[in-house]
Ligand binder design. Sequence first.
Ligand SMILES: [Zn+2]
Length: 93
Amino acid sequence: MSRILTMLCGHCRCVGNVRSSKEMTPLFREVTLRCTNDMCGHVWVADLIAVRTVSPSACPDPEIALPFARSVMIRNLGLQLELAFRDAANDPG
Ligand SMILES: [Zn+2]
């Protein structure tokens, strides 16, 4: 299921739909929206910026430096602890 990106119009609070967008960088896109209220007609530009990783990529690009969400760091720390305990339990020494 896909969702359509919308944003409320700052003037009349009706839904604004994306009319066009332009990639500025791999993590930054400029989006042009138009208010669906024909009496308003407001058209504006908004920035869409990737700010953090929620689930790591299976094919990461080394050029992309996007911080991890706190939940991802906690999950990774839990996995590392689990592996360390397994190694310790299997160590005959
Ligand atoms: Zn409007």
